[in-house]
Design a protein around this ligand. Structure first.
Ligand code: PHE
Length: 347
């Protein structure tokens, strides 16, 4: 009978020398596997007399348990060592300052646009968007500016190297007013089939273009068009709506407005709207903020409506102007230079 103690000691020595888990399993097989030394001993028991078999069996089983315990111990040691190695290798320095992700923010003009939209939504206006590349008809003719009319030169623009179905070159819209016609035409057509449909009550914000460039003009700028047409919409409604708009936008209940006679081909009568603040650095100065007027009967006809029955107002306001007044910005070019030192102030 081989010395069980020395087999156990051998197992312990071998296990202790191993650092790879796979090798540990191989070493285990040498003792406890099918042909392992302890297993072979167990097989010899059958040939022994009963009493000796009992004694030997017990001894071998003890040895077997000791080897299993040594194995479990080494497995644990190896697992712990591996874990410690990983912890050391993947250590995080939690004292390092974090990397800030750069969060974007709305451009001040878009901020103004959203603000205007929510004010008008709150009083039942729809918000519509239209194309920036526009046809001559929508931008001028439908708005009562016939070809060669001198009023067109007030709005010199950029032309696109393509033309519409009438063979007229397409252009970058000079104002949001073509949206009056686009929106009203669609709405009026639907209205004829569903007379119960609401009146035309819409704002149309967006980009506009003109050949203009200085501290207060940019070749690309933004406007918001307003249009309210029904059977009895008057200048009084324009005044009420516009004053409410200004007071809500600038958060000043005491803003006053005045209407100064003006000319636009698509409104008659026409007026510039000036406002004055009741306090702050601009206090008491009249500031021009919008063109406006009662929509011209010819334009109402182009909406597909009968001008004897439908009447209303339109206005067109520059969003840059509103933004400059709200934040006290002196140079409009700042909006489009992409200088983060400027833009971050609105984030
Ligand atoms: N479209 C005009 C402009 O850009 C403004 C305007 C809009 C005037 C609606 C009257 C009515 O100057």
């Amino acid at each position: 009978m081989p010395d069980l103690d020395s087999i156990v000691a051998q197992a312990r020595t071998q296990f202790a020398a191993i650092s790879e888990p796979a090798q540990l399993e191989e070493a285990k097989a040498r003792f406890l596997g099918k042909t392992g030394s302890v297993t072979s001993l167990l097989k010899t028991l059958g040939g022994l007399p009963a009493e000796e078999r009992r004694v030997q069996g017990e001894a071998i089983n003890h040895a077997k348990q000791a080897i299993e315990a040594a194995l479990a111990l080494r497995r644990d040691e190896l697992a712990r060592a591996r874990m410690e190695q990983r912890l050391a290798a993947e250590a995080l320095d939690v004292t390092l300052p974090g990397r800030n992700s750069q969060r974007g923010a709305l451009h001040p003009i878009l901020r103004t646009q959203r603000r205007v939209e929510s004010i008008f939504r709150s009083i039942g206006f729809d918000v519509a968007e239209g194309p920036e590349i526009e046809s001559d008809w929508y931008n001028f003719t439908a708005l009562n500016s016939p070809e060669n009319h001198p009023a067109r030169s007030m709005q010199d623009t950029f032309y696109v190297d393509a033309s519409d179905s009438a063979g007229k070159p397409l252009l970058l819209r000079t104002h949001t007013s073509p949206m009056q016609v686009r929106y009203a035409k669609i709405h009026a057509a639907a209205h004829r089939e569903h007379p119960e449909m609401a009146p035309i009550k819409v704002i149309a914000p967006g980009r506009t273009y003109r050949v203009d460039s200085d501290a207060t003009h940019s070749p690309m700028f933004h406007q918001v068009e307003g249009l309210w047409i029904d059977e009895d919409i008057s200048f009084a409604d324009l005044k009420g709506v516009f004053l409410n708009f200004m007071r809500a936008f600038f958060e000043d209940e005491h803003i006053v407005a005045r209407f100064r006679p003006s000319y636009f081909p698509f409104t008659e009568p026409s007026a510039e709207i000036d406002i004055a603040f009741s306090s702050g650095p601009m206090k008491g100065r009249w500031l021009e903020v919008s063109g406006s007027g009662q929509v011209h009967p010819d334009v109402v006809r182009n909406f597909g409506l009968d001008p004897e029955r439908y009447i209303g107002f339109a206005f067109g306001t520059g969003l840059e102007r509103l933004t400059m007044l709200r934040y006290g910005i002196g140079d409009l070019r700042l909006f489009f230079e992409g200088d983060l030192r400027f833009l971050r102030q609105f984030a």
